[in-house]
Design a protein around this ligand. Structure first.
Ligand code: UDP
Length: 250
């Protein structure tokens, strides 16, 4: 049996240590968006909608920056978590976690696109978590890439842009160490128990866009880091194939 097939007795869902949860895309979930998909990743589900506007932020005009911009917003719907999460609009402020995640989504998607080729346009990426079971930021980035691809396809079909501005395929996945074992794609129960929690955002060329890794009241060795990166690379390559299939399907 190869390492890829090692079933972890500790995983509540019986997965191998380097196995992703089942992933599906339901495209065109939000018809008024330029491109949209619902990414279902195990029990985590995120609606990713992309809207493209024919204008750029004021700072770009003022600084005479050529091309377009990509920005992202992330939020968890009140019923996405086990106990109801109050809307930011009712609380009157965006929580720090959401701000951190939406910045990560924006940075990740900007690495996928040649902003000059986008023209004077702003791409709004909205990620709304319908159901949270760990990995909502990685599902948001992975789904947003598909929604963006659908939006660009639409602009090209409408002959609004001639050449695709997408220069990198991108995907994101979590890895971590639970019970001393490096594992791919943590669900909530694992995330909550993890000694180490890491999020990887990578391109189809095998390069890194972002690595967020922290020991939770624990430390990790270089050997464990290498094992997590190896699981992560495997997960990313599988995700890229699923994204490609979702984009080809329509
Ligand atoms: N979570 C929650 N309420 C919150 C924040 C997080 O229930 O306000 C849960 C949710 O299942 C989420 C998980 O904790 O997916 C892990 O959260 P984390 O901040 O690590 O981000 P994520 O793994 O979702 O990217």
């Amino acid at each position: 049996m190869s390492e890829a097939e090692i079933i972890s007795p500790g995983r509540t869902d019986g997965r191998a240590i380097d196995q992703l949860r089942p992933i599906r895309f339901k495209n065109h979930i939000a018809p008024h968006a330029t491109g949209s998909t619902l990414i279902e990743w195990g029990d985590t589900r995120v609606i990713c909608g992309v809207t493209i506007e024919d204008s750029v932020p004021r700072w770009m005009k003022e600084q005479r920056v050529e091309g377009g911009w990509i920005t992202a917003e992330y939020s968890m719907l009140p019923y996405s978590t086990l106990s109801r999460k109050q809307r930011d609009s009712t609380r009157g402020k965006i929580d720090g976690r959401s701000t951190e995640i939406q910045r990560l989504i924006g940075r990740s998607l900007r690495a996928a696109v040649d902003l000059k080729k986008l023209g004077s346009r702003t791409v709004w990426i909205d990620c709304d978590v319908l159901q949270a079971d760990g990995g909502t930021r990685t599902a948001s980035i992975t789904g947003a890439y598909v929604a963006l691809g659908l939006a660009i396809k639409r602009l090209m079909a409408e002959v609004k842009i001639k050449e695709s501005p997408i220069i990198n395929s991108i995907a994101a996945v979590s890895v971590g160490i639970v019970d001393g074992e490096p594992r791919l794609d943590l669900c909530y129960v694992e995330d909550a128990a993890a000694e180490v929690d890491m999020n990887l955002v990578m391109t189809g060329k095998g390069e890194f866009i972002e690595l967020q890794g922290t020991g939770e009241e624990a430390t990790f060795s270089e050997e464990q880091l290498v094992a997590m990166l190896s699981h992560g690379r495997k997960g990313i390559s599988e995700l890229l194939k699923l994204q490609e299939a979702a984009l080809e399907a329509c």
